[in-house]
Design a protein around this ligand. Structure first.
Ligand SMILES: NC(=O)c1ccc[n+]([C@@H]2O[C@H](COP(=O)([O-])OP(=O)(O)OC[C@H]3O[C@@H](n4cnc5c(N)ncnc54)[C@H](O)[C@@H]3O)[C@@H](O)[C@H]2O)c1
Ligand SMILES: [Zn+2]
Ligand SMILES: [Zn+2]
Length: 399
């Protein structure tokens, strides 16, 4: 049994199969159940003669409900089971999904929830049968927990598993000291630091979106929306050898693209026919072979067809709960367009991105605009929701 630390003892939580929602069959996680914070020091541990049901605990940050955080104590995860690893969480990236969870605007989010799906972790202990990582390894985490059994998983579409759960969204995530993970979801790097490893997941979303559009060198890619997801798509559009054009309606976002990602061709969207004219000028009148809409706006998504070249591809990486409507004949049919959804990312995307950062093809330095630590997060978080703070990626250092 793990040695109990004085002042860190809490009654052992009832073991749940996964987080506060249960994930039977998929990933028999060790307990992450909430243990009440003691009201008085007499609640803190029994002292000598500790009963076996007392276990050490650790702090976690939890969205109790929209716009309400709290620091809670949860049981330490215990020993990893077969195929699992116990990891120390060093860095957690905050993204739009976390902001949406905080604001109560995320469709797939449930409460209470410990957020944190963009993780840079260190392996502490491995369970039986684990061969891809060992204690001391620094890793990025693929936070999409899939069942490995459904029709999608069996065909390799693990990103859209029918039972899919993203860590920190549909099950508890990494805003705590240690968690258990399936070893197969870890991607080791001997070179990257924990911040870089925590950034891999954001990049993976853009990587997958660009793979869906499959631009060829010399083709034109238009990325609409220069938030973190659009920026991640821009990185891979550039790597594909396509000519990249970026559109947003916020000047400061385009300034970031021009100055930090060094993409010269930008369009400040005015919402009128000038936007299409400007795109035509930048593409010799052909428009964009691939359009990637990363706005999350159903209006932008409906209009995006008009930016596609004949036989072009339109990728929706942004997400909306609203209807997207457009006329079939003038654009979709006449130009014979292909519309593609893009969800999460694949294992191979994570491996590829780790190598691209290691090789200096992707520079992570401009990405991280804000930093805080576990104790500072609750105060800092509401600022990340405000566009005027200029946040692209905030990183939370744990431990
Ligand atoms: N596909 C996935 O698996 C996946 C994963 C994570 C996030 N997302 C989604 O990606 C989207 C983008 O996320 P984000 O964090 O970058 O959001 P964000 O809000 O930071 O960025 C969106 C950008 O789009 C711009 N925009 C909005 N409407 C526009 C319009 N009509 N014309 C031009 N620009 C416009 C905004 O100014 C902003 O810069 C969200 O919908 C999010 O839910 C998808
Ligand atoms: Zn994210
Ligand atoms: Zn599945």
């Amino acid at each position: 049994m793990t040695k109990a630390l004085p002042g860190k003892l809490r009654p052992k939580a009832k073991k749940s199969s996964a987080g506060s929602e249960g994930l039977s069959l998929i990933w028999p996680l060790a307990a992450q159940s909430i243990i009440p914070i003691p009201k008085s020091t007499s609640d803190i541990g029994p002292g000598p003669g500790v009963p076996s049901y007392w276990l050490p605990s650790m702090k976690a940050i939890q969205f109790e409900k929209p716009q309400s955080f709290r620091v809670i104590d949860i049981a330490e995860p215990g020993k990893p089971g077969p195929g699992e690893v116990r990891v120390r969480v060093h860095q957690v990236g905050i993204c739009g999904t976390d902001l949406g969870g905080y604001l109560g605007k995320m469709p797939f989010y449930s409460y209470p929830r410990i957020p944190g799906h963009e993780l840079g972790v260190e392996v502490l202990e491995v369970g039986t049968g684990v061969t891809n990582v060992q204690p001391g390894d620094r890793c990025s985490v693929e936070p999409y927990i899939n069942c490995q059994q459904c029709y999608s998983c069996r065909r390799g579409f693990t990103n859209c598993c029918e039972q899919h759960k993203t860590l920190g969204v549909m099950m508890d995530g990494g805003l705590t000291r240690e968690i258990l993970l399936p070893a197969r979801k870890l991607h080791v790097s001997r070179k990257l630091d924990f911040e870089q490893l925590a950034l891999v997941e954001t990049l993976a979303i853009g990587c997958h979106a660009v793979n869906r559009g499959a631009p060829k060198p010399g083709e034109h890619v238009l990325v609409i929306g220069a938030g973190p997801i659009g920026l991640s798509a821009i990185e891979f559009a550039r790597i594909s050898g396509a000519k990249t054009i970026v559109m947003d309606m916020v000047e400061s976002r385009l300034q970031f693209v021009r100055e930090k990602l060094r993409v010269p061709d930008i369009i400040l969207a005015k919402g009128n026919e000038d936007d299409l004219k400007r795109l035509a000028e930048l593409t010799n009148g052909q428009l964009a072979d691939v359009v990637i809409d990363a706005t999350g706006s159903n209006k932008s998504m409906a209009h995006a067809l008009n930016y596609c070249a004949f036989a072009g591809r339109l990728v929706y990486v942004g997400i909306t709960q609203q209807e997207i409507s457009f006329l079939h004949a003038p654009a979709l049919h006449r130009r014979e367009l292909t519309i593609l959804a893009s969800r999460n990312a694949l294992t191979g995307d994570f491996t590829r991105i780790v190598t691209l950062i290691e090789d200096g093809v992707i520079d992570t330095a401009p990405w991280i605009t804000h930093r805080t630590d576990f104790d500072g997060l609750i105060d800092a978080f509401p600022g990340y929701v405000k566009p005027e703070t200029g946040v692209i990626k905030a990183m939370v250092k744990l431990g």
